[in-house]
Write a protein that binds this ligand. Structure first.
Ligand code: HAM
Length: 412
């Protein structure tokens, strides 16, 4: 039986085929996400992967609603697999924000589901780092979040030659739109047309825009001028103070597809333009109000970072080599010493040492080979005299230790 298209399995090393998911890579990314968000004072949260369909309808926008995995459950509820985390976060904040000091800095690593056309960088299931700041309208929060995004990518080994943050503003686009079109109902359609500019032909974009009464040329001129708004300039200044300004540029070609964004928006891209967006986010100052039915109003902003990141790291050879599976391999060459050996193995594991050993009788060579394959740092062997032969596999040094001295060595 095959897995569903657009879904992945993750295998431990050695991964049977290069097209299959590698658990080591996923863990490397998740660990880095957790380390860097911690540096910025973010706290981890999670929510359910299944939500009411209503949570996404009219809040995320048509594009994502069309991609929903949804069904009626046995209790006749209309439910959907979460396609993004932001509505869940907004729901959680709307219900329980009172107990938290503002601004709240929260992160999560949810698995998300979107019925998308499967292509490079687009799957039907993916994991995303979500980092959000709730309860701060000052642009210093935007700069803080963008600095976090840059530092996550730097911690994974990327430099300003590899990626750039394209910074934009829905407010700037809204002002542009209002000057040219007085039908506010068409605003989202306009944002969608701008969002698709880079993925569609000029002819297709011209046709979409002209239906709204806006010309393709004036849109392109506005993008090329790249004149920063006051908000964007303030963010640029803060990025300069952090020494991170070379990672960022004003680019109104970015507007974001999701409906709920309000002010500053941004996306991270590889410099060569070979991949789709590595991450995207921005302000969504009205979403919590909408989801709470007007009861809670908190300015908010955040970003999501997905699997394009893994494709890029693989492409640039930035994934670390396999980490050793065990610290020590405990050989058993004399079966009469099996039980005493097990006693020592248990003591080592109680001390937090990762130990592998032969579950059944096996030849000495086979055991030594297994130790090498596992990347063990040491091989140990209990002798009839009650001493332990310890071999350091890196230096090839051998030692004879009493059982107590052997355990003491690993306790240290
Ligand atoms: P998004 O732009 O839909 O935003 O997704 C963010 C990132 O997730 C994208 O830049 C891309 O790297 C990755 N991604 C999205 N869809 C897929 C897919 N089908 N397969 C693989 N990767 C994908 C959001 O989801 C917002 N909720 C982010 C956010 C958080 N805004 C504020 N807070």
């Amino acid at each position: 039986m095959d897995r569903l298209p657009g879904f992945r399995d993750f295998f431990p090393d050695p991964v049977p085929h290069p097209d299959l998911g590698r658990m080591e890579e996923r863990n490397h990314i998740f660990n880095t996400w957790r380390q860097v968000t911690r540096r910025y004072g973010f706290k981890e949260y999670d929510g359910p992967p299944l939500e009411t369909l209503d949570l996404y309808k009219a809040k995320s926008g048509d594009e994502i609603v069309h991609q929903l995995y949804h069904f009626t459950d046995k209790g006749n509820r209309e439910v959907a697999m979460r396609p993004e985390m932001t509505p869940t976060l907004a729901r959680m904040i709307a219900a329980h924000q009172r107990g938290y000091k503002k601004p709240m800095k929260w992160f999560s690593i949810p698995q998300l589901f979107r019925y998308e056309r499967q292509q490079k960088g687009r799957l039907r299931e993916h994991f995303q780092l979500n980092a959000d700041i709730i309860g701060e309208s000052d642009h210093s929060a935007d700069a803080e979040l963008i600095a976090l995004l840059i530092d996550v990518l730097r911690a994974l080994g990327m430099t300003h030659e590899d990626f750039v943050i394209r910074l934009s503003s829905r407010d700037a686009w809204q002002a542009f739109f209002k000057e040219r079109c007085h039908d506010e109902a068409k605003a989202y359609e306009f944002y969608q047309a701008v969002d698709k500019l880079e993925r569609e032909t000029p002819e297709a974009s011209t046709e979409k825009l002209s239906k709204i009464g806006i010309s393709y040329e004036e849109v392109m001129q506005f993008i090329q001028a790249a004149e920063p708004t006051g908000d964007l300039q303030a963010i640029l200044d803060q990025m300069k103070a952090r020494g991170l300004d070379e990672y960022i540029k004003i680019d109104y070609g970015v507007i974001r597809g999701l409906a709920y964004y309000t002010g500053v928006v941004f996306e991270a891209f590889d410099r060569k333009g070979e991949f789709r967006a590595i991450a995207g986010g921005g302000r969504y100052d009205h979403l919590i109000k909408l989801i709470s039915g007007g009861k809670v109003d908190q300015p908010s902003l955040g970003f999501g970072m997905g699997v394009v990141l893994a494709d890029m790291l693989r492409d640039k050879g930035l994934f670390p080599k396999a980490t050793p599976a065990v610290d020590l391999y405990f050989q058993i060459s004399d079966e009469s010493l099996r039980e005493e050996s097990i006693t020592l193995i248990q003591k080592l594991r109680d001390m937090g040492i990762a130990v592998e050993w032969p579950l059944v009788q096996a030849g000495g060579n086979k055991q030594f080979k297994a130790a090498l394959e596992l990347g063990a740092g040491h091989v140990a062997l209990l002798t009839e005299a009650g001493t332990v032969e310890l071999k350091n596999l890196a230096t090839r040094e051998n030692e004879q230790l009493s059982a107590d001295a052997f355990l003491e060595r690993f306790r240290a």
